[in-house]
Ligand binder design. Structure first.
Ligand code: NA7
Length: 540
């Protein structure tokens, strides 16, 4: 039976009102359960509320980066561009909140600070930064994989007299850089989207690059009416094709042949065609690009030549070409005019490997080559990915064990969904699931549906607790590592490995075995009565 929502007692407490939290609430409502969403931000939207820096847009085509659960929602929403920009994505999520009347159960500007499991009562005690305490049978962490930003750790960062910005929390209403001397620190996806926009406005832009990234053109533009019509006619089939694709991204168009099985001319033509199409599909050109270093080298060489052809100054081009890790082993960026921006007379590039930052000073940035003065510094330095948001909350399971202690050596979970010792605590797209190595929209729907089905199943059996068994968790973690080691991914110092956060254990966090295999495994586990989980009813 569903708990009433009186007295702050819910069936489910959901943390976060982004893509995951909104759909989770909708599904639970359909089951007749009481649920409350706690969202730290002043709006729904999660990632797409916070990341509103200039140029912020999704790197997966909009037609497949959205919910698929409601044909009515699909029918009434149109995407104006091939890759939606942040304002449109935020408008979409707000529309979803309104359309499904979700707002009454969402509490904004409320950060969950703690969640403690009361073993005898089999309930979670959830505490917020407003001093509220509510209880819930289940907690769903819909906290996002890239929601806790890294803070500038360079000496003197607080001393800068100009304006400091972080791409992750851009001021409402934007920033006017006209006439300003601006520094951007970082060259990840956020910076690569922001740099062309800032360069077009600023008097001068200096880009501080520690590790160059591989970037491919988006070829973004207004939605092609023929593409929209094709999707409208074949949406169900295309969505299924996405679910059946390794990264759950239909547009990758994964080829089956291997790179070295074809002639260099044929390979060049294939890469060229995919570069002309734009986006992640370059990595789908051959099946062995993420497994075989020699195959990968062919794609590296292709992109390096592209960079050389796009950047007029040969020395700058060489600095922009990644040389220390395989292509794809860090998420490739999808850009609009990134490399060409370095041809502008008002843009310069500083290679921090050659001349590292010594300090941020009151006037600007000092590297080993000297000090440069700025009016504004933009930090685009990334996130404490995948575990950051969970570690920030004081989560305590059975015996008062803290999740952050259990994960001190790296995150362990069963299917990225649950953690042994933390009954009734679900994670959406947690470490150990495909999450950031997949189309998040597809992965989120699969997780939300699995979790709500599980909660419904428990309700039917009057089960009051479910948790991952230690044995199933250990076996899954071993499998996640085993498949990661079959690929080139661990060769890059990426945030997939926690390598971007000093002191974070080096563990490959997402599951690289492919979304279809993962989805099948989750379905099989559920079909076998939640195999690998311990289920208790009435204390038994
Ligand atoms: P990323 O991809 O983690 O990029 C962060 C960038 O900031 C990257 O170039 C880092 O260089 C650089 N960085 C981080 N710390 C420093 C310091 N201390 N000094 C200089 N440079 C630094 O984050 P994004 O926000 O761009 O993108 C995250 C994801 O969002 C992206 O993959 C998409 O999925 C969307 P490093 O590589 O560590 O040498």
């Amino acid at each position: 039976m569903a708990d009433g929502a009186q007295g702050g007692a819910y069936d489910v407490a959901i943390v976060g009102a982004g893509f995951s939290g909104l759909y989770m609430l909708h599904r639970l409502r359909e089951l007749g359960l009481s649920a409350r969403v706690f969202e730290a931000g002043p709006s729904v939207g999660g990632t797409w509320y916070w990341n509103r820096y200039p140029g912020a847009r999704v790197d997966i085509e909009s037609q497949e980066y959205c919910y698929s659960f409601s044909p009515e929602l699909d029918a009434e929403w149109t995407w104006s561009e091939r890759y939606a920009a942040q304002p449109e994505l935020l408008a979409y999520l707000n529309h979803v909140a309104d359309r499904f009347d979700l707002r009454p159960d969402i509490q904004l500007e409320t950060r969950v600070t703690a969640a403690h499991y009361a073993e005898a009562a089999r309930r979670w005690m959830v505490t917020t930064d407003r001093g509220e305490r509510v209880t819930a049978r289940h907690v769903v962490m819909a906290t996002g994989c890239l929601s806790v930003a890294k803070e500038p750790d360079m000496p003197g960062a607080d001393s800068f007299a100009g304006a400091s910005y972080h791409t992750h929390r851009w001021p409402d209403g934007g920033v006017d850089f006209t006439g300003k001397r601006v520094a951007v620190i970082g060259t990840g996806s956020s910076a690569i989207q922001a740099i062309p926009q800032i360069a077009a406005q600023a008097a001068h832009l200096t880009v501080y690059q520690r590790t160059p990234n591989f970037s491919v053109p988006a070829h973004n533009g207004p939605t092609d009416p023929a593409v929209a019509a094709d999707w409208a006619a074949n949406r169900a089939q295309y969505r299924q094709e996405a679910r059946d694709a390794g990264f759950a991204i239909r547009a990758v168009r994964q080829a089956e042949e291997t790179a070295l099985a074809v002639s260099p001319e044929e390979r060049a033509a294939a890469f060229e065609a995919r570069w002309a199409h734009g986006g992640f599909c370059l990595l789908g050109a051959y099946s062995d690009l993420i497994f075989d270093k020699a195959a990968n080298d062919t794609a590296v060489a292709f992109v390096a030549d592209k960079i050389r052809s796009l950047v007029e100054d040969p020395a700058t081009a060489e600095k922009l070409i990644p040389k220390t890790y395989p292509i794809g082993s860090k998420r490739i960026c999808v850009d609009t005019g990134y490399y060409q921006t370095f041809n502008r007379p008002n843009v310069s590039l500083v290679d921090l490997i050659e001349t590292p930052i010594e300090a941020i000073t009151p006037a600007g940035v000092r590297t080993t080559a000297g000090e440069e003065r700025f009016d504004a510094i933009v930090y685009a330095i990334g996130f404490d990915a995948m575990t950051g948001a969970l570690s920030k909350i004081d989560i305590r399971g059975k015996g008062g064990a803290a999740l952050r202690d259990r994960w001190a050596e790296g995150p362990k979970s069963y299917l990225g969904l649950m953690v042994a010792g933390f009954p009734n605590l679900f994670i959406v797209t947690g470490p150990g699931s495909p999450s950031v190595l997949s189309n998040m929209a597809v992965s989120i729907e699969q997780h939300v549906e699995w979790i709500s089905d599980c909660i419904a199943w428990m309700g039917e059996r009057q089960a009051d607790a479910i948790e991952a068994s230690e044995a199933a968790q250990e076996a899954w973690v071993a499998h996640v590592n085993e498949v990661a080691d079959l690929t080139l991914y661990p060769q890059a110092n990426s945030w997939y490995l926690g390598a971007n956060v000093p002191g974070k254990p080096r563990v490959f966090m997402p599951y690289i075995g492919g979304f279809p295999a993962y989805r099948e495994k989750c379905a099989e586990v559920a079909a076998k009565g939640y195999e690998g989980f311990l289920v208790t009813a009435g204390g038994a």
